[in-house]
Ligand binder design. Structure first.
Ligand code: NCD
Length: 453
């Protein structure tokens, strides 16, 4: 369990002499601490027991009665305490796209939504398709991010897969099997070749699977028709056929129950909050705030998606902010994308309070499952776990875009009920409390192929 993350203050990206911190040996993890940096008292654990959780050096050291003396104690009576979320599909923008979002605003948005680890997508400008670009992206995130992060490699016909893996790419993709905002599609032949190389690294390929018909894209209905449900199903099957070598596949933002069925046996499936909580019928026909790829579907399809809730492996936000100015243009010219990292867990917790889904499912799909899939150490309630927690009240409030932290300043989820965290703990430090941010020690999680030079 050593060397699993890089404290970013120790990271010198350009010479890549990263210093890894062994932080969790078996003996230390299980011993009763004489004192803790922080103790969470009266935590209601998912199995129903109430316990104190002691934390030292960023790791859970004690779970049980009376955790001993501590520098700081937090009484969690009446709160929902969750292992903090890993959002494995986030577009943090930055660089020349900083008017939409940058690492500072995007990571504040993540923390204020109970997310302590984000996985950044590579369709930046320039795209993350060379080792230098990936190292520069790590450096940019290291300099500005308040939350922990991982960076994916882009996948184009000429991406040097092995080199990207060795400089710390977490996973490959989202790989555009159909074009999207800032993402050019690759051909089936190129995908087949790329999957062979990704498989030879034992890495994960993440796929944006869509099929696009030609026609006028003038409102939410035509957008839904041109990037259809049946096209998504077809794309999933085609990608499966390109995977001649059995590469580990993950299907991003599946928007229909039929594509989740089609992906069974081919790879893991991710669903976004916007496909679960929004339908195109909830918007005026030409409202560009609802324009996203894959498109918002019909109300009936949205209900069908909830019908396969148990078969969804992971919920991720596909946080894809654009400026309001970019969205205030005729529909066909507007970029696709919806901001959502801050509202993902809050929307799901409102559904928990409404008794629509169990709390354990939210923990599984937003924290444990993405961490396991990516090889990030688990946050949770056992000694040795990463001490990232979010503490939520048991009351929902309507989403008010003015209260959110993304630079884009709008939310298509406005007015929906949501439960926002009161306190967020990252690596044992309180980094967000009652609307205030505090300094912490975010980490970079490189992929398993990382080879410090
Ligand atoms: C994403 C973006 O804006 O980067 N847009 C979107 O509609 N989802 C790209 C993508 O994930 O397709």
């Amino acid at each position: 369990m050593s060397n699993w993350f890089i404290r970013i203050e120790n990271l010198s990206v350009h010479i890549m002499t990263a210093i890894s911190m062994p932080i969790c040996s078996g003996e230390k993890a299980c011993s009763m601490p004489s004192s803790c940096a922080i103790v969470l008292r009266n935590v209601s654990l998912p199995e129903g027991r109430v316990a104190d959780i002691g934390v030292m050096d960023g790791i859970v050291t004690h779970v049980g009665a009376a955790g001993g003396p501590a520098d700081r104690t937090i009484d969690c009576t009446g709160l929902m305490v969750l292992p903090a979320a890993v959002d494995m599909h986030v577009h943090m923008r930055g660089g020349s796209q900083s008017a939409k979002e940058d690492w500072a605003s995007g990571s504040r948005s993540a923390l204020a939504g109970g997310v302590t680890v984000v996985v950044d997508q590579p369709n930046t400008i320039p795209p993350i398709t060379t080792p230098d670009a990936l190292c520069a992206r790590v450096f940019e995130a290291k300099s500005h991010s308040l939350c922990s992060f991982a960076i994916n490699s882009g996948v184009t016909f000429d991406t040097p897969v092995k080199a990207m893996w060795s400089v710390g790419a977490m996973a490959f993709g989202e790989t555009f099997y159909a074009p999207s905002s800032y993402g050019e599609a690759i051909t089936p032949e190129e995908l087949t070749t790329a999957l062979r190389e990704i498989q030879s690294c034992c890495a994960l390929a993440t796929i944006h699977a869509e099929e696009i018909a030609s026609g006028e894209d003038h409102d939410l209905s035509s957008h839904d028709r041109l990037r259809s449900c049946s096209g998504e199903v077809q794309a999933v099957r085609d990608v499966g056929r390109c995977n001649t070598v059995g590469c580990r596949l993950h299907f991003c933002h599946m928007s229909t129950h039929a594509s989740i069925t089609a992906a069974a046996g081919l790879g893991s499936v991710e669903v976004t909050p916007h496909h679960l909580f929004l339908s195109r019928e909830q918007f005026a026909p030409e409202d560009t705030l609802g324009k996203v790829n894959p498109p918002l579907r019909s109300e009936q399809e949205r209900k069908n998606l909830w019908g396969v809730w148990d078969r969804i492996d992971i919920i991720a936000s596909d946080h894809a902010p654009h400026t309001s100015g970019e969205k205030q243009v005729p529909f066909e010219k507007a970029p696709s994308g919806i901001p959502g990292v801050e509202t993902m867990v809050p929307l799901l917790l409102a559904a928990v309070l409404e008794k629509k889904i169990p709390l354990a499912d939210v923990i599984r799909k937003t924290s444990q499952a993405p961490a396991e899939l990516l090889g990030i150490p688990l946050a949770g309630f056992a000694p040795g776990n990463r001490a990232d927690f979010s503490l939520y009240p048991k009351t929902a409030v309507p989403i008010d875009p003015d209260m959110l932290h993304s630079r884009c300043g709008y939310s298509p989820f406005a007015g929906l009920p949501a439960v926002f965290p009161r306190t967020v703990i990252l690596g044992g430090d309180v980094v967000y409390d009652e609307g205030e941010f505090h300094p912490g020690s975010p980490a970079w999680f490189p992929g398993k192929g990382f080879f410090p030079r």
